[in-house]
Design a protein around this ligand. Sequence first.
Ligand SMILES: NC(=O)c1ccc[n+]([C@@H]2O[C@H](COP(=O)([O-])OP(=O)(O)OC[C@H]3O[C@@H](n4cnc5c(N)ncnc54)[C@H](OP(=O)(O)O)[C@@H]3O)[C@@H](O)[C@H]2O)c1
Length: 251
Amino acid sequence: MKNALGQPQSLLLLGGSSEIGLATARRLVRARTRRVHLAGRPSPALSAAAEELTALGAQVSVHDFDAEAVETHETVLGKVFADGDIDVVLLAFGVLGDQRRDEQDPIAAAAVARVNYVGAVTSGLVCAQALRRQGHGSLVVLSSVAGERARSANFIYGSSKAGLDAFAQGLGDSLQGSGVQVMVVRPGFVRGRMTEGLTEAPMATTPDAVADAIMAGLRRGSETVWVPGALRVVMSGLRHLPRPVFRRLGV
Ligand SMILES: NC(=O)c1ccc[n+]([C@@H]2O[C@H](COP(=O)([O-])OP(=O)(O)OC[C@H]3O[C@@H](n4cnc5c(N)ncnc54)[C@H](OP(=O)(O)O)[C@@H]3O)[C@@H](O)[C@H]2O)c1
């Protein structure tokens, strides 16, 4: 349960080594979150994340979680919730894929959809059911501006995020009145591991800036967060451009 100051006491990070997820976890722990569950595929990065958050003062548990292993989600996440209430679930796993390569390799393209969309549907539903039973909590979903309008340069990733975004919006609406809130976060280009070596898009941001925006959104109880905030206006314009005009932008 949140403490008397309304600060979350417990966090479940799905994608336990995510840069954005960890930047947010650090902020939450500094703001008094005591219990942290990191769910991810075993790796040195996941172990390092657990060590870092422990050193910051959190009680950290690590759970073996693969977004693609959808049949395991109920069991793995069920154990997390059996250990106590969770105030914030941050769904931060995702893969960018390699659009040009994946267009030639439909199986690899399907893996992007399986992780970003299918895995989020199962884990998101399992967490939502548990949060509903608790009667409180926030589910924060890392979507992307890429899901707002499909681009020829990354429509495989973009379409997976469009599905995830629609899923999260509908889930949030279905949880109205339950005490559970779903917050959809739509960052633009974030400088980091996922985008290493790519040409930077306009209005690029950082994992720390996304984490700050997530913290502000949690405080305000926002349903949608754009990072940077000005992207909301830019994307509402881009979203309605006629397709021939949009194509000529060459984005
Ligand atoms: N970076 C950007 O420009 C950007 C922009 C908008 C939205 N986003 C979204 O924000 C989220 C976090 O991204 P980030 O920048 O923090 O990237 P990141 O550091 O690369 O984190 C991605 C996370 O996803 C995990 N993951 C990948 N496949 C998985 C699987 N099958 N099962 C479980 N976990 C898996 C990775 O774990 P492993 O270490 O096991 O691979 C890692 O923890 C993603 O959903 C991303 O799509 C990112």
